[in-house]
Write a protein that binds this ligand. Structure first.
Ligand SMILES: Cc1ncc(COP(=O)(O)O)c(C=O)c1O
Length: 372
């Protein structure tokens, strides 16, 4: 698989050019509203003084970093605000490669393709660990694959694309493995608010110098276009203390700083959004999961009901998860998903559907009719 060329746009463009109405379930762009605080923050910002229109502090608005630090229970010196979780993952992975011995990145199969693309352009060796049939990542399999060569292990829970949520024991084991092999665990927690199993555990629960947790507000506040994320690095006073400074410098050299109005609006929303906003988002997605999984049953498909996140992977009888078949589904069923082969060999028979459209019921009916 060529991970260096992101494939999402290829499928989205095919769907956009289709000669018929298509329900777009390709990428993870939420279709619901952000919290009111985001809009309020933006409105106020338009009237701010001229100095508010200039560079933000490079590592992020201090008040936003403080708010994040308080929520994550860490010292503010460990927080760098980034352009989404994408940049946070980049800083964490490159920092881990530089700081820790070895030149290998351990990834899972299936994998969020941007991790694999990044590993490839960093010229890192990659070792792939297959997840279980149910989408869970077995710590014993990770331990068996790790070696002195491993410098970075990347995990993602709730997981894109499998929907698995790793439990506290598994997360503790992943941290322990990183410590044993003198490596960095990069824990991408971008779907933390979408945990239907009540099992999500942050890697930060383990107080370890071998962990960087990455996150963003793209999904939790439905603002993928704002580009506000963050990474929590090991304490600057500890054995991996250089990671945060190195990341701060790289972030500055690349971006100067992140978007100031976007950070301002996110901070406002963090302070004003009630837990009910997030609970409502979860309930909406759980209803969609019920509807969609019901249709998959009707279509005779195999799938794992997601425990978290907003993707469902399905395997239809005698219909591989290839680009050709996904294009056929677009043309003949009017539903666009992502070919499983884009996420790794183990899921090449599967297709991933993102539940980020109000038209789930319609998509479900179309799929059920197509595979009837
Ligand atoms: C697992 C995972 N990590 C990171 C990202 C990127 O997040 P952001 O928009 O905050 O860069 C995504 C987006 O789909 C994702 O699924």
């Amino acid at each position: 698989m060529d991970y260096e060329t992101p494939q999402f746009f290829r499928v989205m463009q095919y769907a956009a050019r289709a000669d018929r109405d298509v329900v777009d379930m390709v990428s993870g762009n939420p279709d619901w509203d952000p919290p009111e605080g985001v809009r309020d923050g933006l409105r106020d910002y338009a009237e701010a003084d001229a100095d508010a229109f200039q560079y933000a502090p490079s590592r992020g608005l201090k008040s936003l970093r403080e708010e994040i630090a308080a929520r994550r229970g860490v010292d503010v010196s460990r927080v760098v605000v980034t352009n989404g979780a994408g940049e946070a993952n980049h800083l964490a992975m490159t920092g881990g490669m530089d700081h820790f011995p070895g030149d290998e990145i351990l990834l899972t199969d299936p994998v969020y393709p941007y991790y694999a693309g990044r590993a490839s352009f960093l010229d890192a060796e990659t070792t792939i660990v297959s997840v279980d049939e149910d989408g869970h990542l077995d710590p014993d399999a990770v331990r068996a694959a790790a070696s002195e060569e491993t410098s970075v292990v990347v995990v993602n829970s709730p997981n894109n694309p499998t929907g698995a949520v790793y439990g506290a024991d598994a997360m503790a084991e992943f941290v322990a493995i990183a410590e044993e092999y003198d490596a960095l665990l990069v824990s991408d927690e971008v779907y933390d608010h979408f945990d239907y199993a009540g099992r999500f555990t942050s890697a930060l629960e383990q107080d370890s110098p071998n962990v960087v947790a990455t996150n963003s507000f793209s999904k939790s506040m439905a603002i993928t276009g704002f580009r506000v994320g963050y990474a929590v690095f090991p304490s600057p006073d500890g054995p991996a203390g250089d990671l945060v400074d190195r990341a701060g410098t790289r972030h500055m050299l690349t971006n100067v700083s992140g978007s100031r109005p976007a950070q301002y609006a996110v901070e406002r929303a963090l302070r004003t959004t009630s837990p009910e906003y997030y609970a409502k988002c979860r309930r909406r997605l759980e209803r969609r999961i019920d509807t969609f999984c019901g249709a998959l049953d009707a279509a005779g498909a195999e799938y794992n009901r997601p425990e978290g996140g907003f993707y469902v992977m399905a395997r239809f009888p005698e219909f591989a998860g290839s680009f050709a078949n996904v294009y056929e589904l677009i043309d003949d069923a009017g539903v666009a998903g992502m070919p499983g082969e884009a996420f790794g060999e183990s899921r090449s028979d599967w297709i991933r559907f993102a539940l980020v459209t109000p038209r789930i019921e319609e998509a479900a009916e179309r799929l059920a009719a197509f595979f009837e």
